[in-house]
Design a protein around this ligand. Structure first.
Ligand SMILES: [Zn+2]
Length: 339
């Protein structure tokens, strides 16, 4: 398990919170927010382990019985609310995308019981926005008068979907995006080879979870290389038909191609205008696109993004995918030739 101390630079106010935890004066409810892949759930689990750990500081010790149980998410004083994983048999098989009011009521029943293993109990709520209003209202009551020794650790991507009264009961904690260097270091520590760690760190754009996923997804890298070679590196006009023929029956992959191209050109644009701190390694783009990136004006990128948007629109509205492929390849060829 990645311990909470690994997140000190990533979560606002985490140092202070951990000190309060050590002094046993932590707020009983915490709301962790931030973009996908920033580590909200991992941090919540780490804090839950720290709260339940029976070992010595620094907690979680990783060795005591409670810590081992937390590795399996099977501690007797832990209740987990997560969509589709219902606590009551009544809700089994339904409401796959929600935490139900039945789940919240069962959690309240469980936390009200006596005979805990230790003197603390933890309720982990993953993606609090998965609770509909009635479930949130049920939770609100217990947040207002929490049982002694019970801590609520909730994560959320979109706080707009949470009741303001729930938000106001929780101590807020926002996760920051990860820097490339930090992601790269963690990947290397996990045993990923240097070159693979750096390419995944660059591609994940601040999301540690995404970076970890990418190191394990060879198919993504093969697809990415194919898209760049075919769509962005077309050698001459006479090759356009050959390439569009190859892609014409792969309309299903259209959206993945467009999203990838947008990602690549967004990064190239940041590099052109030095918005991002660290310049991308030169090896990422071919010589002709490196030259484009050095010389491009904002209007050049606007044309490219408009072209991708148009290709997407044509594909969705059932104009031939082959025509969309040809139009984009031509646009990219013109772009690199004019800069
Ligand atoms: Zn422990």
């Amino acid at each position: 398990m990645i311990g909470p101390d690994q997140f000190l630079s990533q979560a606002e106010g985490l140092g202070a919170l951990m000190e309060q935890m050590r002094e046993d004066r932590m707020n009983h409810a915490l709301l962790i927010t931030g973009e996908a892949g920033t580590g909200k759930w991992t941090l919540a689990r780490g804090l839950a382990a720290a709260l339940l750990c029976a070992g010595d500081e620094p907690r979680p010790c990783g060795k005591c019985r409670a810590c081992l149980q937390m590795e399996e998410m099977a501690h007797p004083d832990l209740v987990v609310l997560e969509r589709g994983k219902h606590l009551t048999r009544d809700d089994e098989g339904k409401a796959k995308n929600a935490i139900t009011i039945g789940d919240v009521r069962e959690m309240i029943r469980l936390t009200a019981q006596h005979g805990m293993e230790g003197d603390r109990r933890v309720v982990l709520i993953r993606h609090g926005e998965d609770m509909r209003t009635e479930a949130q209202n049920a939770l609100l009551k217990t947040l207002e008068e929490p049982p002694e020794g019970t801590f609520f650790l909730m994560t959320a991507r979109r706080t707009e979907a949470l009741l303001p009264t729930i938000i106001s009961r929780c101590r807020p904690m926002k996760m920051r995006l990860w820097t490339e260097a930090k992601i790269e270091k963690i990947l290397r520590d996990r045993g990923t080879a240097d070159d693979q760690a750096s390419r995944a760190a660059r591609e994940a754009e601040g999301s540690l979870g995404e970076a970890i996923r990418l190191t394990e997804d060879e198919g993504y890298w093969a697809f990415r290389a194919e898209v760049i070679r075919d769509w962005m590196e077309c050698p001459s006009r006479s090759d356009i038909i050959r390439i569009s023929n190859k892609w014409k029956d792969r309309k299903d992959e259209g959206e993945a191609v467009f999203a990838l191209l947008e990602k690549i050109f967004s990064r190239m644009m940041r590099r052109s205008f030095q918005v991002s701190g660290k310049a991308d390694s030169a090896a990422e783009f071919s010589a002709q696109w490196q030259s484009f990136a050095r010389n491009a004006a904002p209007g050049d990128y606007a044309r490219i993004f408009d072209g991708i948007a148009l290709a997407r629109k044509r594909t969705v509205s059932n104009v031939s995918f082959q025509a969309a492929v040809e139009q984009l390849i031509l646009l990219f060829m013109e772009a690199v030739h004019t800069r």
